[in-house]
Write a new protein. Structure first.
Lengths: 298, 205
């Protein structure tokens, strides 16, 4: 049987990363095939030292999930796991992930190939930014073990997202594509291919995205992210600043026909760009373009 | 594990452009406190020269100011131009952000309160006016952020300025506290569903 890291997850189509700003669009009939959510936005995490229950629902957000739960599939994209951190996994956070996997029945969950939690003078704290890891043999072993542990705990297919990297480490054991290929193979996890992150890296580190895509194992791709960005000084940033650039659409056209295990394409944008990108109508244009590609190739 | 030290050092660099410059200038000295192997040290010395490191520092600062500017806008207004120096001082003292906004603004409030009491905040205003604005704002936000059914539903504050006039003054541009009555005031902030009620229990006499 051909390898498929998506397991028994269904083919979904085109979705959007849910935001409160786009709630009306997200709930309109036929607008989306699924919702992607960042679960960390839907709960309050009181932290390891909290006196009462550490996690509590945010009612306004969870109400939206309850609405969607009866109507659409929901997939989860975490920002609080910090899968590539050098510390022990946060057991309480894993428990919360597992509880929400059971509660919302996600077809898959995902996190970023980066670390956002680090040691500080008073214990583990937030780095304030997701930072890349060196692509080394020992780092690969470390992250693979954590993916396996997360998969076992949650019982869900697990995807790792290729990061936007603004810095580049010298003397790495692997190039990025080889590191990701090996990591997927060793951990059994799939790839959430973020084409905008790839585009950012190509612009900032001056390489051709198509070369990178030739080196990556597209059989690992279960979900694709598309988004827009903006310049910060002389760096092109993954700021989710509205419509996707044409280059991202070109890359999507290139990848979708070749990613045979692909289940969904997710459009991401930041709340603060909602008006600038034309509100609901602007989102509909992006979703429509993605659906056209999905319909032709997927 | 060396990876712990590497990640800690990189996060510290992202949080401190000053440290980035120090690593450029005297890398062995600036990285002496981290248990790094030779390759990790060479990597950090390399990245501080990359233009992407400035972007990382910018993203870090933008992320870190977000809860303060979003949840404590009146305190930010009261501090005015002093805010930049206060941010630098706060971040130097607490390099790790807490992603829980209630904890992050509480830590900032405690840090600022101590500096206001010790008179080191460079502001043209009476530090007690800023302390009162901070006290009202942080108490309200913490009540609002507390999940339903958990924690107190009410806070009682002792202030040195009449709170209604104070909040009016800090909402003007430019901020002018000169006409705000001074005295002993007791303000009760009560959570009622999703809204907050402000009750003046003592009128300054």
């Amino acid at each position: 049987m051909p390898y498929d890291p998506g397991g028994d997850a269904p083919r979904l189509g085109v979705g959007m990363m849910y935001t409160i700003a786009a709630d009306r669009f997200a709930r309109s009939a036929g607008s989306l095939d699924y919702w992607a959510i960042t679960p960390d936005m839907f709960w309050i995490d009181g932290g390891a030292t909290s006196i009462g229950p550490r996690f509590s629902d945010l009612p306004q957000w969870v109400n939206a999930l309850e609405w969607a739960h009866d109507r659409l599939p929901i997939v989860a994209h975490h920002i609080g796991l910090s899968i590539a951190s050098a510390q022990a996994l946060d057991e309480a956070y894993l428990d919360q992930m597992a509880a929400w996997c059971a509660r919302w029945r996600y077809p898959w969950i995902s996190d970023h190939l980066s670390f956002a939690q680090v040691e500080g003078p008073t214990g583990i704290g937030a780095a304030g930014i997701a930072l890349p890891v060196p692509y080394d043999i020992d780092v690969l072993e470390w992250i693979a073990d954590r993916i396996v542990a997360t998969t076992l705990r949650t019982g869900s297919a697990f995807l790792l997202e290729n990061p936007a990297r603004y810095i580049d480490y010298p003397e790495q054991d692997y190039g990025e594509a080889e590191f990701i290929n090996r990591l997927c193979e060793k951990s059994g996890g799939g790839l959430l291919l973020d084409l905008h992150n790839l585009h950012c890296n190509a612009v900032n580190h001056r390489f051709d995205e198509l070369d990178w895509l030739e080196a990556i194992n597209l059989d690992n791709v279960v979900e694709i992210h598309i988004a827009g960005g903006a310049m910060i000084g002389d760096i092109y940033a993954d700021s989710h600043a509205g419509a996707c650039p044409e280059r991202v659409w070109d890359l999507l056209e290139s990848v979708v026909p070749r990613a045979r295990n692909l289940r969904g394409i997710t459009f991401e944008f930041h709340d603060s760009y909602f008006d600038k990108m034309g509100g609901d109508a602007g989102i509909a244009v992006e979703i429509g373009r993605a659906r056209d590609i999905w319909a032709r190739y997927a | 594990m060396s990876l712990v030290a590497f990640q800690t050092a990189l996060a510290d660099l992202v949080a401190s452009p000053t440290m980035c410059l120090a690593v450029r200038d005297k890398p062995d000295h600036a990285l002496a406190d981290y248990d790094l192997d030779a390759r990790e040290r060479r990597r950090l010395v390399a990245v501080v020269w990359q233009r992407g490191m400035s972007a990382n520092c910018t993203v870090y600062r933008a992320t870190r100011v977000t809860p303060l500017y979003t949840l404590l806008p009146l305190t930010v207004a009261a501090l005015g131009e002093a805010m930049t120096a206060e941010l630098d001082d706060y971040w130097a003292a607490t390099a790790r952000m807490d992603v829980h906004f209630d904890i992050e603004i509480s830590r900032f409030a405690a840090h600022l309160r101590a500096r206001l009491e010790s008179g080191v905040v460079r502001t043209p205003h009476d530090p007690r006016t800023i302390a009162d604005v901070l006290a009202i704002e942080i108490a309200g936000e913490l009540l609002r952020l507390t999940p339903a059914g958990q924690g107190p539903k009410e806070r009682t504050l002792e202030l040195t300025h009449e709170p209604i006039a104070l909040l009016g003054a800090v909402s003007t541009d430019p901020v002018d506290f000169t006409t705000v009555p001074f005295g002993r005031y007791v303000l009760i902030i009560r959570k009622n569903g999703r809204s907050l009620q402000y009750l003046l229990a003592s009128d300054g006499r």
